[in-house]
Design a protein. Structure first.
Length: 314
């Protein structure tokens, strides 16, 4: 079973418009509200593709009530820990003409220490039946620095692999705590490490304790970086659509394969890149297009010279 924990969930609101005009007024059909946050998106994708999952997160306030109702209607197995703070919202505006998306994420409110303890206890209770733990998403302002490392530690103590997808200082803490897999994007990696060379930056996380870094490069695909291997996968042409949740789909692919015992970086990269691309073709985060198998066959996979990813300082 894939166990996901989302420290900072959100009610995802998505609108599709013909064309986004700065400072303009826009009309749209009714938007879609969906219980989200990165770990929830991971669980949705993995569940839709036949994996056994359980999504653990928090819910609070009136937004939390809507969040809980939508998640209950989705049939995705889950456990919600009640908190006093209002669940945050995330807004995605999809520009149909440009094929891109503008996202506004509320930062979220920090639960009380006792509520964090309740969330950790819920995760610990579920670990005996889990084969992989996914710790995914941001943490709200004011959250304890020890939060992400604690989730990773309980997974490691249970003897199961841990995949972490977070950003900022939490990414470094996840590496230090020994997360088996980290999945930043290029901007998050540079911000966290201060290293502009993506391969060098990824290997700095491995030196801290991670085994594999899956690095999202947007339209340029994805890298799998280990201490001794570097693999690149990409499509010939970027896909137009909604990239919200593409990274989460990649994490879901990694989690599914890890749960099956797969550890080959190239095989994980192929599936993660294909699912990420298929997520761009889906209208909502947490879904992927059934075309993912064809996309996987279309990937160009290589073992490039690490120097090729260094930016020209001029």
């Amino acid at each position: 079973m894939i166990l996901t924990v989302t420290p900072n969930p959100a009610l995802d609101l998505t609108w599709h418009i013909d064309r986004l005009v700065e400072s303009g007024t826009h009309r749209a059909d009714a938007g879609v509200a969906r219980a989200g946050g990165k770990g929830l998106n991971v669980a949705r994708v993995a569940y839709a593709e036949g994996a056994e999952v359980l999504a653990v997160t928090t819910a609070g306030g009136r937004v939390g009530e809507e969040f809980a109702a939508e998640l209950g209607a989705s049939a995705v197995p889950h456990a919600l820990v009640p908190v006093a703070a209002e669940t945050r919202r995330s807004i995605a505006v999809v520009d149909e003409s440009a094929g891109d998306t503008t996202i506004i994420n509320e930062r979220g409110a920090n639960p009380a220490d006792s509520e964090w303890a309740d969330l950790l206890a819920e995760v610990v209770e579920r670990l005996p039946t889990a084969s992989v733990l996914v710790v995914s998403g941001s943490v709200p302002p004011g959250a304890p620095d020890s939060l992400i490392p604690m989730f990773i530690a309980v997974g490691k103590d249970a003897g199961i692999p841990v995949i972490a997808d977070t950003s900022g200082p939490a990414l470094l803490r996840a590496a230090d705590a020994g997360a088996d897999v980290l999945k930043p994007n290029a901007a998050e990696l540079i911000e966290a490490t201060g290293i502009t060379d993506p391969v060098e930056a990824a290997r700095s996380l491995i030196a801290r304790g991670a085994e594999l870094v899956l690095l999202s490069l947007g339209a340029d695909g994805m890298l799998a970086v280990t201490a001794s291997d570097l693999v690149h996968a990409r499509l010939d042409e970027p896909l137009a659509g909604n990239p919200t949740g593409a990274g989460d789909a990649g994490v879901a692919a990694c989690a599914v394969l890890y749960a099956e015992g797969e550890r080959d970086p190239e095989q994980i990269l192929r599936r993660a890149t294909a699912w990420s691309a298929a997520a761009v073709l889906a209208p909502l985060a947490g879904d992927i297009s059934p075309r993912w198998r064809a996309l996987e066959q279309q990937l160009r996979v290589s073992r490039p010279d690490p120097e090729s990813f260094r930016k020209d300082p001029s």
